[in-house]
Design a protein around this ligand. Structure first.
Ligand SMILES: Cc1cc2nc3c(=O)[nH]c(=O)nc-3n(C[C@H](O)[C@H](O)[C@H](O)COP(=O)(O)OP(=O)(O)OC[C@H]3O[C@@H](n4cnc5c(N)ncnc54)[C@H](O)[C@@H]3O)c2cc1C
Length: 411
């Protein structure tokens, strides 16, 4: 591990800090300190500010509206935004910028880049992810949504599920079965489909918190032009797997910052509840502290490899497993500290629906309840479950024998 930034990267860090000084209010206490309505308004405005200053798509080519800077600068920017407690985009930008934008830069044709990337950066198009299906989650390669070429259009039929923010999507990227007779990994294509058409129906799924964050998306002879495919026909698996790694890109740098901010809030909560001198609570807080420190060094290790090779590699699975399992224990501690008070909901709900609440969030029951009961629970499921991460670590890092293949269930 040797994570030292070059003088150029440090110079860029100073520029970002100056930008933040000039563009954030003087009394800024963190994105989490805003109430939900103000946070939504702020995040839209802030995204525009980032865009206007060339800080969205920072490492993408200038020809498509990107910043043309290095991956190191991209990491430096992510670190500084997290430290300043401001978001790096809107909530839909995980799928729009990080997943779809980076995939287009890596795999798109010249025409696709020219057409889609500027609209992604400007915020005109929101993209959502159509990978999971009722019978294909961990075993994504068994996806069964069908697409066939009819003249100059793909005709798509089937169902996707757990599509985050589907109701906000202008476009959905799909893993679709284009040849059922080939081996499962080799019969899939990566298609881009407009959502606003009669053949696409979004049915919201209401979750325990009462929110409708996810949806099922039904396709009944939905249509998209033949050229809306990324990569080769039947070559979608390689595109899909590279897209999944983009989701993890900056996490190695930002996770330790977010989890440290959450731990500070947890320590404050112990003080507020008069439990900070309780030896059992102190022991549990110390455990959390050591975990967050280890997370920081794990992040350095992953970043060192990433900046050297340009790839995240299987070590990213260690990080995913580590933070997601840590978070369930830490947020349980918050509920223990709140005790019976946790049954009375007060304060705003977390603005961010995955992982920690935003830095600067108040120690309200609503914030901790939703984080502990919902967000932290989902952390060991989305982006590859803990069991799948353990399989990857076992096979790709420890060199253990591969899992025997399981025959697909009859449909
Ligand atoms: C918050 C959140 C947001 C999401 N957003 C999206 C989205 O926008 N778009 C999208 O397409 N999907 C999305 N998903 C879906 C997510 O990708 C899947 O839930 C995940 O891949 C697991 O698939 P599954 O739910 O079908 O579980 P399954 O794959 O059915 O797994 C069930 C259980 O079996 C275990 N298991 C499965 N296979 C193995 C194996 N080989 N070895 C050992 N154990 C195994 C799993 O670990 C799990 O415990 C989201 C999920 C969450 C929680």
């Amino acid at each position: 591990m040797n994570l030292t930034y070059s003088p150029d990267a440090e110079k860029f860090r100073d520029e970002v800090r100056e930008f933040l000084r000039q563009n954030l209010p003087e009394d800024w206490r963190g994105f989490g300190a805003l109430d939900n309505e103000a946070a939504e308004a702020f995040s839209r405005e802030w995204r525009r500010t980032l865009y206007e200053h060339g800080l969205l798509g920072l490492s993408w080519p200038v020809a498509y509206g990107g910043g043309g800077r290095s991956k190191v600068d991209q990491i430096v920017l992510a670190e500084e935004l997290a430290r300043a407690q401001v978001p790096s985009g809107r909530v839909t930008d995980t799928t729009t910028v990080k997943m779809m934008g980076n995939t287009l830069v890596r795999w798109g044709t010249e025409e696709q880049k020219q057409r889609f990337i500027p609209r992604i950066l400007s915020g005109e198009d929101v993209w959502v992810q159509g990978f999971s299906e009722p019978d294909s989650g961990s075993d994504l390669a068994s996806a069964g949504l069908r697409a066939r070429l009819e003249g100059d259009e793909w005709v798509i039929s089937g169902q996707k599920i757990w599509t985050s923010r589907a109701h906000e999507g202008d476009w959905i990227f799909l893993l679709a079965r284009t040849d059922p007779d080939r081996p499962k990994h080799r019969g899939l294509s990566f298609l881009l489909c407009p959502m606003d058409q009669p053949g696409v129906e979004v049915r919201p799924i209401r979750v325990l918190s009462g929110q409708t964050e996810f949806a099922e998306v039904y396709f009944t002879d939905a249509r998209t032009p033949a050229e809306n495919i990324i990569g080769e026909v039947h070559g979608g698996w390689a595109v899909a797997t590279s897209l999944l790694s983009f989701e993890r890109g900056e996490e190695a740098a930002t996770n330790p910052i977010y989890f440290k901010a959450e731990l500070d809030r947890l320590i404050d909560l112990a003080r507020q509840q008069g439990r900070d001198c309780d030896p059992v609570i102190r022991d549990r807080l110390a455990w959390c502290f050591t975990r967050v420190e280890v997370m920081r060094f794990l992040g350095y290790r992953i970043l060192t490899d990433y900046l050297r090779s340009g790839n995240l590699g299987p070590a990213a699975s260690i990080s995913k497993l580590y933070w997601s399992e840590y978070h369930q224990v830490a947020s349980d501690l918050a509920l223990n500290l709140l005790g019976a008070a946790a049954m009375i909901r007060e304060g705003r709900r977390p603005f961010k629906h995955f992982r920690t609440d935003e830095p600067g969030a108040p120690n309200t029951t609503n914030s901790w309840l939703d984080v502990a009961l919902l967000n932290a629970r989902s952390g060991t499921v989305y982006a590859g479950t803990s069991q799948i991460q353990r399989n990857i670590i076992g096979e790709s890092i420890l060199g253990l024998p591969k899992e025997p293949p399981v025959a697909a269930a009859p449909r």
